[in-house]
Ligand binder design. Sequence first.
Ligand code: FE
Length: 337
Amino acid sequence: MKITHAAAAAALAILSSAPAMAAEEVNVYSYRQPFLIQPMFDAFERQTGIEVNVVFAKAGLVERLKNEGRNSPADLIFTVDIGRLSDVKQAGLTQSVTSEILTAKIPAQYRDPDGQWFGLTTRARLIYASKDRVAPGEITSYEDLADPKWAGRICTRSGNHAYQISLLAAYIAHYGEEKAEQWLRGVKANLARKPQGNDRAQIKAISEGVCDLSLGYNYYYALMLADEEQSVWANAANVVFPTLGGKGTHVNISGIAMTKNAPNRDNAVKLMEFLADDLAQQMYAEQNNEYPVNTNVPWSGILKSLGTFEADTMPLSTIAEYRAVAAKIVNKVGYDQ
Ligand code: FE
């Protein structure tokens, strides 16, 4: 497999001219880091003989896809968050894929009803709760974060970040716009400090006594446990799998979409189906401590140790429809101010 970094223009030229040389290949644009995806692509190459070429970048791949238009070598785009996947669809850069294998292996709530994107892993938005200052069972839902008893005790990242927008969009999907706004005002009123930093920075703040509760994805907790310095932060907090609307925990996905002009469409479908199958699902989910979408596949040991939970069953395609309203509410309540 070839992995190219977007900055290397020369390498990209090789990728663009590759079709004439390689008999069978598939080209991937990925926002996900090489160490997460390389093992699966290597396994796919071994099994099928189809070469997987990857362009990896932290930003700008969607713009590149747009600029390349019909000449784009890309067949598949890998990214995280329902927001980013639905943005690619809305921009008209994807095509519909119909596959019995994909619909059998990926639960309906984690894929686009039109087949324009498919989730491969899920991540649960957890509440991290101080071991010292929050009793087990004292908080069990996202709704509870707006309770005045937590005044001055909550830390979160920016309300405009995709992860927070998705949670608020889910809240709107369950309760409507007005109640969601009330809730966000309540959470804001409870903040210990201005929203800042990433998911890990919030749990670090708990370990430093800045706040008692925060929000973050499960894989960050697992990553922190495995890191010498950060395990101190993680060990300061318990994880809570909160409910939303009396239902399960809000989850998001990492996923894939086929580009509109995929030059290697058949190979791309083969790769998508391979990625939904047991072997790749286990490799991918374990590598980043995410949950496999394929329910046949066991969770990593560390995720098992965090406990089981029910996921919210609201389709992510529905949640995605409320993202624009969610962003409007964040600004209206001045969440980051
Ligand atoms: Fe992340």
